[in-house]
Write a protein that binds this ligand. Sequence first.
Ligand SMILES: [Zn+2]
Length: 417
Amino acid sequence: MKLLIKDVLLKNVVTDILVEGNKVSHIGEIEDTNSIDKIIDGHRKAAIPTFINGHTHSAMTLFRGYADDMSLEHWLQEKIWPNEANLTDEFVYWGSRLACLEMIKSGTTLFHDMYWHIPATVQAVEDSGIRAVLSTVLMNTAGKKQGEALKAEAQHMIRQKLNSRIRLSIAPHAIYTVDAELLQWAKSFADAHNILLHIHLSETKTEVENSKKNFGYTPVEYLHSLGVLGANTVAAHCVWLTDRDIELLSAARAKVIYNPNSNLKLASGFNFRYKDLKKADVLIGLGTDGCSSSNNLDMVEAMKMASLLSKVVHDDPTAMPVKETFDLATKNSAEIFNLPLGEIKEGNLADICLVDLQRPDMTPCHHLLSNIIYSSNGSCIDTVICDGQIIMENRKVKDEELILEKASESAMKLFYE
Ligand SMILES: [Zn+2]
C-alpha cells in the first residue's frame, strides 16, 4: 500500500509525505501520483509524530469516574482491588478497546500498559490497529501462591507469538506489593528475555516512609540494593526522589515516566524533579496513568500539565519549554521503547498524526507546538496513521459506536450487577 499525504505542514515547510508499507519512504514533493493507492489532502493540516503513553492501565477506562477524591492507599484497597477481582476477559477486552479508541482520538499509537487478563488486551490492541508494550503484572500481597501463579502467566505469555505491533514487558507492581525475591525474579526474567521491567516507584510519601522503615532504604535505594535497578527499568511516577536516588537512577540508566495528572489528582505529590533528572541525563517519558486516576488518556493534556507544573516546581518559566515537553511524549519515549518512532523521517515507522489547523484554538499559528500543548487538547488531531494504516480519518474511527456501547455495558455489569 502506498499512501501520500499531499501539501501538509511539516516542521514549518509545506511538503508531501510518502508512506510505503509501514514506513515513511520519502519526504518532499511527489509529482507522479499514478502508483499511489490513497492520497490525503494535507491542506490546512500539520503532520506531527504520534504520541507515546509511557505508563497506563488501559482497561481501567471502565473505572473512569467511579472512585474520585481519595488517597492512593484507600482508593486501591477499598475501590480498585475488590472490583478488579471481578474482572473477566470480556470486561478487560472492552475496557482496552475503549482505551485504544480514546488514545487514537487524541493521537496516541503506542502505550505501555500494566494490567490483568493480558490476552484480552492483546486482542484489543490487535483489533484497534495500534501498538503496545504490555506488561504481565507480578504481585504477592496474597502470598507465595499468587506470586507463583503470576510468574507462570508471565512465562506462558512470553512464549506466545504476538502481532508485530505488540511487545511484552514484566511489571512487578511496586515495592510494597512485591517481595524482594519476586522483584529479583522479575529482573532476571526481564534480562533473560531482553524486555523492560515496568514498576511504580516512589509514587507517594507513604511508600517512601514505609520503605525506609521496613528496608532501611528509599524505594530507589532498595531496588538498587537488590540488584533490580538497571537500564531496562521503566519507573513510573518517581515523585519523591532524593539526590542519591537521582544519582542511582542515572548510574543505572533507568528510565522514568512522569504522570503529572495522576500525581496531582491522588495528591501523591507534585515535586517531580524534572530539571535535576534532566541534568543527571535520565531519560524521561510521559504517561497518563490509568483512567481511574487521571481520568483520561489525553497525552496533550498530560504535556500541558507536565510543563506547567515543572515551571512552578522549579520556580522557573523556562523549566520545561514546549519542544522538550513534546519530546517527552514522542522522541524520548521512542528511545525508551527502542522503536523507530517519535519523529517523521524517512525510514521511520509510519505513525503520523495530522493536526487540524482550522480551529479557534490553533489560530493564529505563530508556533505549532505551542498551540498544540498550551492552547489545544487531543481533539485537535484529525487523522491518525499507525504502521502505515489510516486508523482515524476526519476524526472517524472504525467501530466507535459499538465500542462505546460495549464498554458502557461492561462497566454497568462490573459495578452494579
Ligand atoms: Zn499506574
